[in-house]
Design a protein around this ligand. Structure first.
Ligand SMILES: Nc1ncnc2c1ncn2[C@@H]1O[C@H](COP(=O)(O)OP(=O)(O)OP(=O)(O)O)[C@@H](O)[C@H]1O
Ligand SMILES: [Mg+2]
Length: 316
């Protein structure tokens, strides 16, 4: 039985090497990946192409065997089938029998979760409506667009009402409206008390939806934590923007302050120390400038993401 302390997903020091080709050249897909997802959370699993996201997700679902590491879902080891009925999975590249209709496919998934035919058909209809496919559900998958297939994949993951959803790149390849729909769907799953782990490289989606994130790079975890903490911790100094200076004064100020930049007739600079920022600002205001902005500079997830990839820092 799962206790309330048990995370929904646990990955500890997971590693996996593939041996490729005749020469069995090693490909280190995962070297040291750790993450935990607590009940009710939306967890964003971030990393550039080839970082090891899909490899980790496949190991979690028991589709590939880890070399090393401790992996569990809902408190059960992956080898124990007890978690299966409660986990929904959407693969990165869902492939379906394309002669089926969306409704037949999702019905089939619902039946696999143990529901009788009548209820499975009803559930499939409701799920397809929920993912925005009410018009197309009786057409064959062969004629679906990429976005429609992605939505169908999501509906199959939701079949059987799992408490944990593991979605591999649910938003990639969708247009802005499609992405917004999926984002909203993920938020509504959270509102229902479900737990969601999804991988992506679309940082703006993560900023809008996730409670916690795990960033991986080259097969290793580089940073995990609450999104608000990661974003809040890293107010990296003070930003000053001054307008209203003539071109000469602008050029002089930019030359004096190494990190200052002139942009659209304004001068902008970022300082670690408040006092230095104030010196700079007051100096320019005395020279006739207008102080447009003087505020703590908030880091963006993108900035943090790029820096963690560069430095490889690890933080739990
Ligand atoms: N079956 C396999 N055989 C050989 N190498 C593999 C295999 N699966 C993954 N790899 C390698 O492992 C690394 C990680 O791949 P993975 O698919 O996990 O990355 P990812 O983070 O999901 O990337 P993407 O964002 O592009 O989906 C890559 O270098 C990939 O080539
Ligand atoms: Mg992948």
């Amino acid at each position: 039985m799962m206790t309330s302390q048990e995370p929904m997903v646990r990955v500890r020091a997971f590693s996996k090497t593939f041996y490729v080709g005749l020469r069995r050249k090693p490909s280190y897909a995962a070297r040291d990946i750790s993450l935990e997802v607590q009940p009710g959370e939306i967890f964003g699993f971030l990393g550039p192409n080839g970082a090891g996201k899909t490899t980790t997700i496949k190991a979690l679902l028991g589709l590939i065997r880890p070399d090393q590491g401790e992996l569990s879902l809902l408190g059960h080891a992956i080898s124990d089938p007890a978690w299966r009925a409660r986990v929904g999975y959407m693969p990165e590249h869902p492939t379906f029998y394309d002669y089926l209709t969306g409704h037949e496919l999702v019905t089939w998934f619902a039946r696999l979760s143990g529901v009788n035919r009548i209820d499975a058909e009803k559930e499939a209809r409701a799920l397809l409506e929920r993912v925005g496919l009410s018009q197309a559900m009786n057409r064959r998958l062969r004629g679906y667009s990429k976005g429609m297939l992605q939505r169908t994949g999501l509906a199959t993951a939701l079949a059987g009402s799992p408490s944990l959803l593991i979605l591999d790149e649910p938003m990639t390849g969708l247009d802005p409206i499609g992405r917004r729909d999926i984002r909203e769907l993920i938020m509504s799953l959270k509102a229902e008390g479900k737990t969601v782990l999804y991988s992506t490289h679309i940082l703006s989606d993560v900023e809008m939806t996730c409670d916690r994130v795990g960033i991986i790079n080259k097969g290793a975890s580089v940073r995990t934590g609450r999104l608000d903490e990661i974003l809040g911790q890293t107010a990296r100094g003070y930003q000053v923007v001054v307008s209203g200076l003539g071109p000469e004064a602008l050029a002089r100020a930019a030359a004096e302050q190494a990190e200052a930049e002139v942009r659209e007739g304004k001068i902008e600079a970022l300082f670690t120390e408040r006092a230095a920022a104030w010196d700079f600002a007051s100096h320019l205001v005395a020279a006739g400038g207008v102080l447009e902005r003087f505020e703590p500079h908030r880091d963006t997830l993108e900035g943090i993401f790029m820096r963690s990839l560069a430095t490889g820092e690890y933080k739990e």
